[in-house]
Design a protein around this ligand. Structure first.
Ligand code: KE4
Length: 422
């Protein structure tokens, strides 16, 4: 039986999240049966080295014993209460310890919920409607954030999906990532109307695009001057590029931060948090409403807290960063040997690669102009060699603590073979 055909009989598109459908690379998706460490086992019996890691959460590697045991123990005490538990406080305390800009936090169940709530909070706290985001950044699928740039730099946003009212889209200003001039023009013209700027401090949804020198500082300064809130969307970079996320790397204090993925250790958990004065506007302390039946779910808290405990030692990121660098440098070297133009990025446990000859990639336009067909061939070639990469040219890749020298060398051997075929 074709598993994808069967799935499509009951699940929209056969998947519970679009990127999983392999539309970006062609062919049917791989169905995963189980996983351990850096390795996936597919339903058709293949063993694959995993660089998706559930899109970021599995930083320790799959089925880490301490995480699995913590979830099992919590499950024996029932799965959910809908009432306060001490483990919610323990995880909140750990997050605030790792990200000191977060003075108060609110747990939710997905990154989308986190960013949607943070936007509402920024609007409610400032009494302003306009928000600024950047083309190529993804912040989940809430209406105000599914907006692409209008025709001109500052024209009203236009929905990037049907179902988003134009009357809402017009409050979202979409600018070019890494373009400080565009940020200045937006604030010069509309500063007093802007509730917040939301940004991926290292972009991971247009492949991987780091900020240029001064870009994040410019956002910080313009938000402060205008009384707007700076929101760092660290759903992907949080606990991934450093223990304290990108804000630790760049020493920039966001007013609000959204986190997800790793903070749940693979279970549905995310959060938004930041300045205590801003968070005091959230119900029940303040008038901005936000709620969730399974927010702070005890099993998800157990998985998240155990995961954050496992990354506490600075040696964890020293090792993860070095291993990811080995992979990135190896991919760059093999592509050069094969005369294949490739631009590679790496930071902490995150990496990206774009088939283009005008690297380093710092603009969405470079990613949009890259050789997608070559990516597709590379993706399938690597899959045939037993390497599972993100099935989209617009995603980043993730290394876990379980990716040892053997996994990296197998991956580079595979890349050497596949680059020759491109
Ligand atoms: P979720 O609602 O998917 O938990 O989080 C949304 C989100 C918010 N912010 C950032 C920076 C994100 O990267 C994400 C989700 N990332 C994608 C992959 N790039 C999730 C994978 C998917 O959509 O299935």
């Amino acid at each position: 039986m074709n598993l994808f055909t069967e799935a499509k009989k009951y699940i929209a598109g056969g998947v519970n999240s679009p990127v999983r459908a392999f539309a970006g690379v062609g062919g049917d998706p791989v169905f995963i049966k189980s996983a351990k460490g850096a390795w996936l086992e597919t339903e058709d019996g293949r063993q694959l080295i995993d660089y998706v890691g559930s899109w970021g959460p599995m930083i320790l590697g799959h089925a880490h014993p301490a995480v699995v045991d913590a979830v099992k123990e919590a499950a024996d005490r029932s799965l959910s209460f809908g009432a306060p538990t001490v483990i919610e406080t323990a995880l909140a305390r750990k997050i605030c310890e790792y990200m000191p800009s977060i003075e108060r936090i609110r747990m939710v169940s997905s990154g989308t919920e986190a960013t949607m709530s943070a936007i509402r909070l920024a609007r409610g706290h400032t009494g302003r409607d306009k928000i600024v985001k950047f083309e190529g950044c993804y912040h989940g699928h809430s209406d105000s954030l599914l907006i692409k740039a209008g025709s001109g730099a500052l024209t009203l946003g236009v929905p990037s999906s049907p179902g988003v009212p134009a009357s809402l889209a017009e409050h979202t200003i979409t600018l070019e990532y890494n373009n400080c001039g565009a940020v200045d023009r937006a604030f010069d013209e509309l500063g007093e109307q802007i509730a917040c700027v939301i940004v991926e401090p290292i972009a991971g949804n247009m492949n991987m695009v780091p900020p240029v020198e001064g870009f994040l500082d410019a956002l910080r300064a313009r938000c402060t001057d205008a009384g707007a809130l700076l929101i760092f969307d660290e759903v992907m970079t949080g606990f991934r590029v450093a223990r304290g996320g990108a804000q630790e790397l760049f020493s920039i204090k966001a007013d609000l931060t959204t986190i997800g993925k790793i903070v749940g250790g693979g279970m549905p958990a995310a959060a938004f948090g930041g300045r205590a004065d801003v968070m005091s506007s959230i119900a029940p302390d303040g008038p901005v409403y936000q709620a969730g039946t399974l927010s702070g779910n005890p099993l998800a808290m157990a998985a998240g807290l155990t995961t954050l405990q496992q990354i506490e030692d600075p040696a964890f990121f020293d090792s993860l960063t070095a291993q990811t660098r080995n992979l990135a440098d190896g991919l760059a070297a093999e592509s050069r040997s094969a005369n294949v133009p490739l631009s590679v990025e790496a930071c902490g446990g995150m990496f990206g690669f774009v088939f283009c000859s005008d690297g380093p990639v710092r603009r969405f336009s470079q990613v949009a102009a890259a050789d997608i067909d070559r990516f597709r061939k590379f993706f399938h070639g690597m899959l045939e060699q037993g390497i599972y990469l993100a099935p989209s040219a617009f995603e980043a890749g993730f290394v876990s603590a379980a990716h040892g020298d053997d996994e990296i060398s197998r991956t580079l051997d595979a890349a050497r073979t596949v680059f020759k075929s491109l």
